[in-house]
Ligand binder design. Structure first.
Ligand code: PMP
Length: 407
């Protein structure tokens, strides 16, 4: 693995040079979306300048080049997540699309009396599609509760599993708190009762390289935009046998074998689940983003981000009235979700923005977590491998200033 060179890394991200409200940008909203390195931006430009064409249909050279690049990206994604086969990678518009695909297609095979288990730590995109599914097929949605420390109640989880359980949905990492969930334990236990597990990897993917075969996970979803790629593209990994069983989710071009008004037959995998012209440049750039991150190395990224998290946690704890939500740094990714007693997170966020610091405030699309803590929201600083301790110092000073302005 190459040596971790933060100065060189920062030069790859043009946006880190800009000013916001007259101040140097300190970008701590990485859990919402990551910034994009020049290598990935260049890949998108190269596509549109040199080989923009529709894929999988044309005999002409540009179409072939675009198809090759797109399929090459699928193989990069397959290798990264260690899927057995490239056609187990379905390219989607992102995690939300991937989860909806499973909720519709796999969900159509569930019936009344079946139970599905969802964790209390989920993003709305891993709650609402299942609620919609249950309304349709009559399955019963049960919640795995959370504990005060921001972890799942695993005792409750194990007790809730039964032969009625057909599916379990859990994120690998919580976006609101950073909690790393014990997905291996969840997958193993669910398989004991023949339930399938969908792991929402949106928040884990930028920090942890998941091995879908080692995990034996049934479905795994990610969004490219959280891992240095563009918006509007992501993937669903699913085991071949499941994809074969599932009916298509959307109908249209590219997903068919033959169409007539009497009967339509569907294309093989992965095309059966990829109706319509996809985000071609996005898919190719997703592959470039993975190349970029591998160049730095996931182990180095994880170690450096942990260092930032521990550093920031120590400094912020010194401030009077700070409440941090979620587990200790060793049990989470680089997310610092906090409040200051007596202050509204929104007001803090607004003042920090004036000082050039971007963080997220609110419920983080995880209202059940906020309800658990009986708070309207938190302020969330989330770090990436291109952030620095110097930026954390700037953030801590700015936070102290904001607090004194507001009290
Ligand atoms: N799940 C988690 C854990 C997330 O953090 C996010 C993005 N905030 C999503 C799902 C949804 O991802 P997207 O909006 O890219 O579809």
């Amino acid at each position: 693995e190459a040596k971790f060179n933060i100065d060189k890394i920062r030069q790859d991200f043009p946006i880190l040079q800009r000013k916001v409200n007259g101040q140097n940008l300190v970008y701590f909203d990485n859990a919402a979306t990551s910034q994009t390195p020049k290598q990935v931006i260049d890949c998108i430009i190269d596509y549109y300048e040199n080989y923009n064409a529709n894929i999988h249909r044309g005999v002409h050279s540009l179409s072939q080049e675009a198809t090759d690049a797109y399929e090459q990206a699928r193989i990069k994604i397959q290798k990264h997540f260690n899927a057995k086969q490239a056609h187990e990678i379905i390219l989607t518009s992102g995690t939300t699309h991937a989860i909806n695909l499973v909720a519709h297609a796999y969900g159509s095979m569930l019936t009344k009396g079946d139970e599905v288990l969802v964790s209390a730590l989920e993003h709305h995109s891993n709650i609402v599609p299942w609620q919609m599914m249950c309304e349709k097929n009559g399955a019963h949605l049960k919640v795995i509760p959370m504990l005060e420390n921001g972890q799942l109640d695993m005792e409750y989880f194990h007790q809730s599993l039964s032969t009625k359980t057909k599916m379990v949905f859990v994120n690998h990492v919580s976006n609101a708190l950073g909690t790393i969930n014990p997905i291996q334990e969840i997958i193993n236990a669910a398989h004991q009762v023949n339930a399938r597990v969908l792991v929402d990897g949106a928040q884990a993917a930028p920090h942890i390289q998941a091995d879908v075969q080692a995990l034996d996970v049934d479905f795994y979803t990610v969004s490219a935009h959280k891992m240095c790629g563009p918006t509007g593209v992501g993937m669903l990994y699913a085991k071949e046998e499941l994809l074969e069983q599932m009916p298509p989710y959307q109908g249209g071009g590219e997903m068919i074998a033959e169409v007539s008004f009497e009967k339509t037959t569907y294309a093989g995998l992965p095309h059966k689940f990829e109706a319509g012209t996809p985000n071609i440049a996005g898919g190719i750039a997703f592959g470039a983003a993975l190349d970029y991150m591998h160049e730095i190395g996931f182990k180095s990224i994880e170690a450096y981000e942990n260092e930032l998290l521990i550093y920031a946690t120590h400094l912020i704890q010194e401030i009077d009235g700070i409440v941090i939500y979620g587990p200790e740094p060793e049990s989470k990714t680089a997310v610092l979700s906090f409040n200051v007693e007596g202050l509204h997170a929104y007001d803090l966020g607004t003042i920090l923005d004036q000082m050039g610091i971007a963080l997220r405030t609110g419920h983080h699309c995880a209202q059940p977590i906020m309800e658990y803590y009986k708070i309207p929201g938190t302020a969330r600083a989330s770090f990436s491998f291109y952030n620095t301790k110097k930026e954390i110092n700037i953030f801590i000073d700015a936070l102290k200033k904001a607090i004194s302005m507001l009290t």
